[in-house]
Design a protein around this ligand. Structure first.
Ligand SMILES: Cc1cc2nc3c(=O)[nH]c(=O)nc-3n(C[C@H](O)[C@H](O)[C@H](O)COP(=O)(O)OP(=O)(O)OC[C@H]3O[C@@H](n4cnc5c(N)ncnc54)[C@H](O)[C@@H]3O)c2cc1C
Length: 401
């Protein structure tokens, strides 16, 4: 048993910072190692589901904070390529939850967590420019994180436990599972960005428009300003055949609109004009929709994985960031029960690894967007009234599966 009770966290993303706040709440010392030298508000829109919003509230991050970085989601809707409604349902408190679902700017939300960590744990708690390259398990049960600094120095840090919260390209996971299969890509490329525009429908509607192979998803991620304009997050998606070379896209490459916008020229309706929205965007990113096959365990002695390092998943269920927050809380609960011990992370692993791996696999399917496939199959996307194609009861039943 080691006398060092510090928890080392590799990665200062949403997952790593939520864990730091959780450990601080229960009186456990931790250090976060983040590879980038400076945290900047990177990324575009993500959703934080009511279960994670509840956990944030328990961490003292309430609606006042969340309203600074996003907006409560009010509706989730599917619209056919012909511009006609297929399905809609309320979200957050309107759907009967005690907590909101928040549509947020990922980068602003990330920096909100970072500010909270600095306020509560102090500036030394997050070591920027510190890349964890691997780990060494010690005879006394402790662990040493092997770190490379941005200045080219090699350093070692000892702790009781090491948490790999270092994202889909996790170095910790690679050491834990040296024979893991390469990144998995199912054929879809996403282009993402934000533009200032007037929110439509409920004022905070998530809209999926098109077919499952060719669609756009868009929703506001800020409250409107005095002119009624909000940041509208858009994700334009195109699915290609398996021989398409996604590796060219890299991970979150900044692109010019001219590289993809013409694929969406036809998305013009009397209530929505996608080309016009794209044209208002200052920045666009391209990223392939990728994940990894589930692994049999997230634990190697005193080392454990969480967030995207443990279960990178397609954004089908808008669940990646929420699940990272839930992991942080589950690790905290396990430590309350078992102390800062290998038993704690083994208990977390036992509870989560199998089931969440299955969630990741299910996200490879169309999920709720599968209704778009059904419309395509039944009428080739041509309909006047969706009730004639898929009766309301069948649509509801589909969403419940
Ligand atoms: C820059 C960026 C932009 C993103 N934008 C979007 C978006 O627009 N929409 C969306 O749905 N999802 C986006 N994501 C993914 C989303 O944030 C995650 O799926 C989710 O929040 C789970 O977070 P995580 O903390 O597990 O992983 P991540 O968010 O990937 O965080 C991992 C963190 O670890 C750091 N890191 C990586 N390797 C090391 C290492 N070896 N040592 C130390 N630190 C390391 C990374 O710099 C990062 O800060 C983005 C992720 C990143 C990193």
């Amino acid at each position: 048993m080691t006398s060092n009770q510090t928890v080392l966290i590799a990665g200062g993303g949403i997952g790593g910072l939520a864990l730091a706040l959780t450990l601080h709440e229960i009186g456990v010392d931790c250090i976060v190692f983040e590879s980038v030298r400076e945290l900047r508000p990177l990324g575009v829109g993500i959703n934080i589901q009511p279960n994670a919003v509840r956990e944030l509230e328990d961490l003292g991050i309430g609606e006042d904070d969340m309203d600074q970085v996003g907006i409560p989601a009010r509706e989730w809707a599917l619209v056919g390529l012909n511009g006609k409604d297929i399905y809609s349902e309320p979200r957050g408190k309107l759907a009967g939850y005690h907590w909101q679902q928040y549509a947020v700017h990922r980068g602003k939300f990330h920096l909100l967590l970072y500010r909270k960590v600095l306020e509560r744990l102090g500036a030394d708690a997050v070591k920027l420019g510190h890349k964890v390259t691997g780990y060494r398990k010690n005879a006394d049960g402790s662990v040493t994180a092997l770190v490379e600094t941005a200045d080219g120095e090699t350093r070692e840090f000892d702790g009781a436990l090491l948490v790999g919260a270092d994202g889909i390209h996790s170095a910790i996971r690679a050491q834990m599972h040296p024979n893991q299969p390469p990144i998995h890509w199912g054929g879809t490329i996403m282009w993402r960005g934000t533009a200032r525009s007037v929110p439509i429908r409920t004022g905070s509607s998530f809209i999926g428009l098109g077919t499952s192979r060719h669609r756009v998803v868009f929703y506001p991620i800020s409250h409107p300003d005095e002119n009624g304009l909000a940041d509208i997050n858009w994700i334009a998606e195109q699915t290609y055949d398996a021989d398409h070379d996604w590796t060219k896209s890299g991970w979150f490459r900044q692109v010019e609109l001219s590289e993809f916008a013409r694929e969406f020229d036809s998305f013009v309706y009397d209530w929505f004009d996608l080309p016009a929205l794209l044209a208002k965007s200052e920045i666009a990113y391209e990223n392939p929709m990728i994940d990894r096959d589930p692994i049999p365990t997230w634990v190697d002695g005193p080392v454990v994985l969480m967030g995207d390092a443990a279960h990178p998943m397609y954004p089908t269920g808008s669940n990646g960031a929420s699940q990272a927050i839930m992991d942080a809380r589950a690790i905290g609960v396990a430590m309350l029960e078992h102390g800062i011990t290998q038993e704690a992370i083994a208990a977390y692993n036992e509870k989560s690894c199998g089931p969440i791996g299955q969630v990741a696999l299910r996200n490879r399917g169309a999920g709720p967007f599968g209704l778009l496939n059904l419309v395509e199959d039944r009428c080739g996307g041509e309909f006047e009234n969706i009730d004639d194609v898929i009766p309301a009861a069948e649509r509801e039943a589909f969403m419940m599966t």
